[in-house]
Design a protein. Structure first.
Length: 150
């Protein structure tokens, strides 16, 4: 085969540092568009993005040419730098150090899109911390609870 053909779907999840409520309703659409733009420059496609005041979820079709850790680092670095220019209330904005990255199959795309779209409703009853631990368990990711949060 002369071509490299790849479809890498990943569910990304990360929060603001210390899960501070810094993503305001006013900035959210522009932040999500900016993150989508960063992904596009990295030859990746944001298929869905949403979140709450303290975290985001994104369904990404990841580039075959970039490690997930590099992709997330560039997204967080670029979006953090950008949001700090959007007003004095964002001067101290920062993302948490880590992230969650979960592979999904094509058959799970529709269900994950709905899950991401319904983030605000979901978090009327569920904390981000409980949601994230649930995702780690769902995807069978081993973790040490002492080091999940920063």
């Amino acid at each position: 085969m002369s071509q490299t053909l790849v479809r890498l779907l990943v569910h990304l999840v990360f929060s603001t540092k210390n899960r501070r409520n810094l993503i305001t309703p006013d900035i959210e659409p522009d932040l999500f568009a900016y993150i989508s733009g960063i992904l596009k420059t990295l030859d990746s496609v944001c298929l869905e993005i949403n979140g709450t005041a303290n975290h985001i979820h994104a369904l990404v079709s990841q580039s075959k040419n970039l490690a997930l850790s590099s992709l997330v680092m560039e997204v967080k670095k670029g979006s953090s730098k950008w949001i700090k220019t959007q007003g004095s209330e964002f001067k101290r904005f920062a993302w948490q150090q880590g992230y969650g990255g979960f592979s999904i199959g094509e058959s799970g795309v529709g269900r994950l899109r709905r899950y991401i779209q319904l983030q605000k409703q979901k978090h009327e009853k569920l904390s981000f911390e409980d949601e994230f631990i649930g995702l780690l368990k769902k995807y069978n990711v081993p973790y040490d609870p002492r080091y999940v949060w920063d």
